[in-house]
Design a protein around this ligand. Structure first.
Ligand code: NAI
Ligand code: AKG
Length: 430
């Protein structure tokens, strides 16, 4: 199924914002979405940009720029990660916040969508500096975040530790009575600081589950299936770990430091151990061969898992892709023109808002446990996660079948319809 150009004539900007808007427009056209609801959903509710000073280890003061975009909260508090990366800007935050709105809606969660972060390269700062940067950013965000208002979580280059610093800083601004009841201001925390069992692996496990469901749908087994993963951080590692457990063979890996290939398979645990000792980088791992980064997406494998940044699969490299499945661990890894090429080639694509939704579902479980003073065991978290992922996957494939559209369009339609119902039932658009 080829994605048609949207009817609306907006200026075409390169980048993730253009991509998510085109995806939205396409689904809204298919749905014949009420034009008033369309107007609401195509804009963000709030966009916060903060500049804040931080003292560096050498005593100098540096000014940083942070962002938090709150796209929509019709279904519940704003929810979404914080990214620390040089490419973070207002448009990136807007695009990622919109994807969060569709993702939480599709998953049937009582959340809206937000995203943010800081424009920086974390590899240039010490841990102490990153802690001070995070604390000053949290202070600058002030009461624009909150457990019932906007709940951040980890994303690229932010971790459970980052969330713990945010929690601690946020708490320090509250009265003693509020301090014990605000643990759910962030999710993805370390377990000892109120985190949930399983949130660390929830996104990668969800990616693996959708691949497993895909294999069932197509009548395949995962045993012996070859896969390549771009990004060997939280999402890429855990997705690879679970796929390997099921008999999948990792033949290619790319991260910001390099690209590796081994036709006979790369041991996921060994590579992870190497990366852990090498500041998270895979470069220099001796049990696989370094290859040219431009050859990564054309690797001969069954499954490709982009689990790094947006707009990685483009019209330039899409024709080279040999995999029969793309499982989008990352947000927005495939641009609209690449998607048209891939669908024409009959490559299956599990869209990001479905494929990587295990993370925010895991975050919802953490938020619920904090709110209700509960602690769930790992098994319960993983069982509930699997149930929710299966429901979402089945709904998307059934909608796609019924409407004869691709999986991304079906996922967007389900997500937008839920939001449209919320606005209609509130009586705003009788
Ligand atoms: N952490 C989470 O729970 C969730 C993350 N995601 C998405 O998954 C993707 C990855 O996130 P995380 O694993 O959390 O981040 P991470 O910071 O743990 O790992 C990012 C990985 O991407 C690699 N990378 C960065 N730039 C690259 C480039 N130009 N080429 C190749 N590799 C590059 C890094 O080297 C690293 O291995 C992002 O798109 C994020 O938005 C989506 C849902 C939830
Ligand atoms: O866990 C969350 O709240 C959001 C994670 C995230 O940023 C994402 O799903 O893209």
């Amino acid at each position: 199924m080829v994605i048609k150009e949207p009817k609306s004539k907006k200026p075409v900007k390169q980048g993730m914002l253009d991509n998510v808007m085109r995806q939205f427009d396409h689904a809204a056209d298919l749905l014949e979405l009420n034009p008033n609801i369309r107007k609401i959903l195509e804009v963000t509710n709030n966009e916060l940009l903060v500049h804040f000073p931080v003292r560096m280890d050498d005593g100098t003061v540096k000014i940083f720029t942070g962002y938090r975009v709150q796209h929509n909260n019709a279904l519940g508090p704003y929810k979404g990660g914080l990214r620390y990366h040089p490419t973070v800007d207002i448009d990136a935050a807007k695009a990622l916040a919109m994807w969060m709105t569709w993702k939480t809606s599709l998953a049937g969660l009582p959340f809206g969508g937000a995203k943010g972060g800081i424009q920086l390269d974390p590899s240039r700062y010490s841990q102490e500096e990153l802690q001070r940067i995070t604390r000053r950013f949290t202070f600058a965000l002030g009461d624009n975040i909150g457990p019932e208002l906007d709940i951040p979580a980890p994303d690229v280059n932010t971790t459970a530790q980052t969330m713990a610093w945010i929690l601690d800083t946020y708490m320090s601004t509250k009265s003693p009575a509020e301090r014990s009841t605000n643990l759910h201001v962030v999710t993805g925390k370390p377990i000892g600081a109120g985190g949930s069992a399983g949130r660390d692996r929830a996104t990668g496990y969800g990616v693996y589950l959708t691949i497993k469901f895909w294999a069932e749908t197509r009548g395949h087994t995962l045993h012996g299936k070859t896969f390549a993963v771009q990004g060997f951080g939280n999402v890429g590692y855990w997705a690879s770990h679970f796929l390997e457990e099921e008999g999948g063979v990792l033949i290619g890996v790319q991260d910001a430091s390099g690209t590796l290939y081994r036709a006979e398979g790369i041991d996921v645990g060994e590579l992870a151990e190497y990366a852990r000792a090498n500041r998270g980088r895979i470069h220099g791992f001796s049990k696989a061969s370094p290859i040219d980064s431009g050859d990564f997406f054309g690797l001969d494998c069954d499954i490709l898992i982009p689990a790094a940044l947006g707009n990685q699969i483009t019209a330039k490299n899409a024709p080279d892709i040999k995999a029969s499945l793309i499982a989008e661990g990352a947000n927005g890894p495939t641009d609209v023109s690449a998607e048209a090429i891939l669908l024409e080639k009959q490559v299956d694509i599990i869209p990001d808002i479905l494929c990587n939704s295990g993370g925010v579902i895991g975050s919802y479980f953490e938020w619920l446990q904090n709110k209700n003073s509960e602690i769930w065991p790992m098994e319960e978290v993983m069982d509930r996660l699997e149930k929710k992922m299966r429901e979402s996957f089945n709904r998307v494939t059934a909608e796609a079948e019924e409407r004869q559209v691709d999986w991304r369009s079906a996922a967007f339609i389900i997500a937008i319809e839920r939001l449209a119902d919320a606005y209609t039932q509130r009586g705003i658009f009788p």
